[in-house]
Design a protein around this ligand. Structure first.
Ligand code: ASP
Ligand code: MG
Length: 424
């Protein structure tokens, strides 16, 4: 039997009882004959609490020290899980990201994995031990500093390790039974999906579905690694994310719509009065790229005939708002725009489904569902299999529920159970 990588999220290891429960699950998998590698998140809301603590000490925590602080969260869980497994009579060894060979670039707070050298993990497995790895962290190849991979990135650690080890499957354990047609915290009648293609899962994760980290899905697709999303609180079969080239992917029946996702983590910036000439947009977005700001939706109007000026609006992570505004302010005279507007009261609602490619009318139905619910639409963006709009943040819930109902996604009986977590 092959290697199984299991990732346990913060709500699964929130307290001593959770850690013992998870340890038992890990041991059961080991007893079935698998080699087991476990990736853990920080306990409960530890990462948020550590961030809050840093904020109380200084408004702008130095990125290097913040990474040192935050990585401590996962180290607590890894050691405790290893102890709990040993107490059950099995050998377990915990490793920091750096010890596990997670090599990253040097960007603190959102480092990218550039290589995995899992020598010590393979050694542990060779000795018959269970390896426990701290998620969401690595070590920079260039600076030798400890880095973090971004919020929610323990998923990415798990899939990257699974790929490097040639694992059979990467199991992601969370506090719900799988991927649902909407966040069950917002739509209690959401339905569990049995299978989702990586293509759709990428769109869902990019649209704010928090169940899986976006980069972990990209990794799974690139390395053809199946992911099984399930709950550590039940024994139910969860949702399988099947890479497009994987055996069985072709027979997947494609529903028209796989779900509705929402995102409250974005803000909108509008650059008002941009002169209509070659190179202006390039200059604006180069500046944002240099500031390491990830852009999501972009809208530019045609310029007004009388003024030859136009407005460019885009969305970005709220957390990058300050950095983006400062970077753009520095090029105001060069670009010659009038002013910048910042709005952090926006929410994004997206409808995702591979079947929409071949079904006309999906967009019309989406917009009319929002209209009937009295929701005004801001920006719009689409891909072949997704429609996204920005709405007033206060209306996200109304919008998501209206769209979910309009596309008949509601289950007759409530099947979603939220077992734990604070949803923070
Ligand atoms: N503990 C980190 C976070 O809360 C990483 C993770 O849970 O995936 O973002
Ligand atoms: Mg997570």
């Amino acid at each position: 039997m092959g290697i199984v990588v299991q990732k346990y999220g913060g709500s699964s290891v929130a307290d001593a009882a959770g850690i013992k429960r998870v340890a038992q699950r890990i041991v059961n998998t080991k007893k079935q004959g698998h080699d087991v590698v476990v990736v853990v998140s920080a306990m409960g809301d530890t990462t948020d609490e550590l961030r809050d603590l840093a904020q109380q000490v200084t408004p702008l925590p130095p990125p290097r020290e913040l990474d040192m602080l935050l990585t401590a969260g996962e180290r607590m869980s890894m050691a405790l899980v290893a102890m709990a497994i040993q107490r059950l009579g099995h050998e377990a060894r915990s490793y920091t990201g750096s010890q596990a060979g997670v090599i990253t670039d040097a960007v603190h707070g959102k480092a990218k994995i550039i290589d995995i050298r899992p020598g010590r993990i393979q050694e542990a497995l060779g000795d018959g031990a269970i390896a426990i790895v701290a998620g969401f962290q690595g070590v920079s190849h260039d600076t030798k500093e400890v880095t973090t991979l971004g919020r929610g990135a323990s998923d990415t650690t798990a899939v990257a390790l699974a790929a490097a080890l040639g694992a059979e499957v990467c199991e992601i354990y969370s506090d719900v039974d799988g991927v649902f047609t909407a966040d069950p915290r917002m739509v209690p009648t959401a339905r569990k999906l049995e299978r989702v293609s990586t293509e759709e899962m990428l769109e869902m994760a990019a649209s704010g579905a928090k169940i899986l980290h976006l980069r972990c899905v990209e990794y799974a697709r690139r390395y053809d690694m199946p992911i099984h999303v399930r709950s550590s609180f039940s024994n139910l079969e969860g949702t399988w994310i099947i890479p497009d080239n994987h055996p069985g992917a072709q027979d997947m029946e494609q529903a028209i719509i796989s779900g509705v996702a929402h995102d409250r983590s974005e803000a909108k910036i509008t650059v008002v009065g941009v002169p209509d000439k070659v190179g202006e947009a390039a200059r604006i977005f180069e500046t944002l790229a240099q500031a390491e700001v990830n852009i999501d939706m972009v809208v530019q109007n045609i310029s007004a005939a009388t003024t030859a000026l136009t407005d460019i609006s885009f969305t970005l992570p709220r957390a990058d708002g300050q950095a983006a505004m400062a970077a753009l302010a520095r090029i105001q005279s060069e670009v010659g725009y009038d002013k910048l507007l910042f709005d952090d009261q926006v929410g994004k609602v997206s409808l995702i489904g591979a079947g929409m490619r071949s079904h006309p009318g999906v967009t019309a139905k989406f917009f009319s569902a929002l209209a009937s619910a009295g929701v005004n639409i801001g920006m719009i963006s689409t891909s072949e299999i997704r429609i996204s709009v920005t709405v007033d943040e206060a209306q996200i819930e109304t919008a998501v529920q209206a769209v979910h109902a309009a596309f008949d996604l509601d289950a007759d009986e409530v099947e979603a159970v939220v077992y734990g977590g604070t949803g923070r």
